[in-house]
Design a protein around this ligand. Structure first.
Ligand SMILES: [Zn+2]
Ligand SMILES: [Zn+2]
Length: 326
């Protein structure tokens, strides 16, 4: 099959012909239709995340069709989604406590297992999602990480009414729609000028602009951009009792700040990975809220271009690879 392969960190992915993956017991073989390009892929390709499988096929927002069902969960031809969480042990203290996102031995699609920048992928059937009600491949792919991690971050905002989104990319543009549907007031903090602001307002944000010009204080903020300074900026904007949720897997250092900014029960927390329950919930909520993702579609062979565009902030919404069948 054709695949875009990472041989080592810090280099371009190589267009390659590799053997078709062979599903093991309990795994489905999936013909990939679409695979979202996530900022985490950039961190992996750039060598900012330690010890990826090498060589590696990146990509963890996979929409495809079951070619070989393997076990009993899916039928041949059924559309499925394969997310970042690829496998958990089921035995560690986190798995036993319903926090499989923190599993000590977890495996991750497109990081410690091969992912979806390819014509075929295999996945443990227990970690795949049925995609009933989400019929468009390219528009569904970004839900599988950008949407899902964003939704987990949104849950940690509790009942916050005034929600700030710092960095308005693939994840925020989905969370914005869900939050607005829930009746929250969304404030989009962007560096992108009028165009980015109009994009955010078109998806339900009440206000969009720079961090220094927020019109009122926030009850919660989600930081999507991997920029430590934004954590302090968001903390500065919080009302007492508010929370800053960091949604990325990697971020530059957070500068020191006066304790006064944290005082009055403000909190900073991160979200890590996902649970299968998060995925099922987000897919249902996105359908109910009528979430429409904005996507820029690239052919598989242009994965490096997609990554460069994401790095440079040139993508409005989410970048997605479409795998044409050949
Ligand atoms: Zn575990
Ligand atoms: Zn991701």
């Amino acid at each position: 099959m054709r695949a875009m392969v990472m041989q080592t960190a810090g280099r371009q992915l190589e267009p390659s012909e590799v053997p078709d993956p062979e599903p093991r017991e309990g795994e489905v073989l999936v013909r990939v239709r679409s695979c979202g390009v996530c900022r985490t892929d950039l961190h992996i390709v750039d060598g900012e995340l330690a010890e990826p499988k090498l060589p590696l096929i990146p990509g963890h927002q996979i929409v495809g069709e079951v070619a070989d069902p393997g076990g009993a969960r899916f039928a041949a031809g059924e559309r499925v989604g394969i997310p970042w969480l690829g496998w958990t042990c089921g035995e560690c203290r986190y798995c036993l406590a319903g926090r499989e996102n923190l599993c000590l031995r977890a495996e991750f699609t497109g990081y410690t297992r091969d992912g979806g920048y390819a014509e075929l992928a295999v996945a443990d059937e227990r970690y795949c999602f049925p995609l009933r009600g989400h019929t468009d491949d390219s528009h569904t792919a970004p839900l599988l990480c950008a949407g899902l991690i964003g939704y987990r971050a949104l849950r940690f905002c509790g009942d916050a009414q005034r929600l700030g989104l710092y960095g308005f990319g693939g994840s925020a543009h989905i969370v914005c729609q869900v939050a607005a549907h829930q009746g929250r007031r969304v404030f989009a903090v962007t560096r992108g000028g009028e165009e980015a602001g109009a994009f955010a307002r078109g998806l339900g944000a009440e206000w969009a602009g720079g961090a220094d010009s927020l019109p009122e204080e926030l009850d919660a903020a989600i930081v999507f951009a991997p920029v430590g300074e934004l954590v302090v900026a968001a903390l500065r904007a919080l009302a007492p009792g508010g929370v800053v949720v960091c949604a990325g897997i990697h971020m530059s250092d957070i500068p020191s700040f006066p304790y006064e900014l944290l005082w009055r029960e403000r909190a900073i927390r991160s979200v890590a990975n996902l649970t299968r329950a998060d995925g099922e919930e987000l897919l249902a909520v996105a359908a109910e809220a009528g979430v429409r993702t904005a996507v820029t579609v690239y052919p598989l062979a242009d994965a490096n271009v997609a990554l460069d565009d994401l790095r440079a902030g040139r993508v409005e919404g989410a970048a997605v690879l479409a795998i044409e069948t050949g």
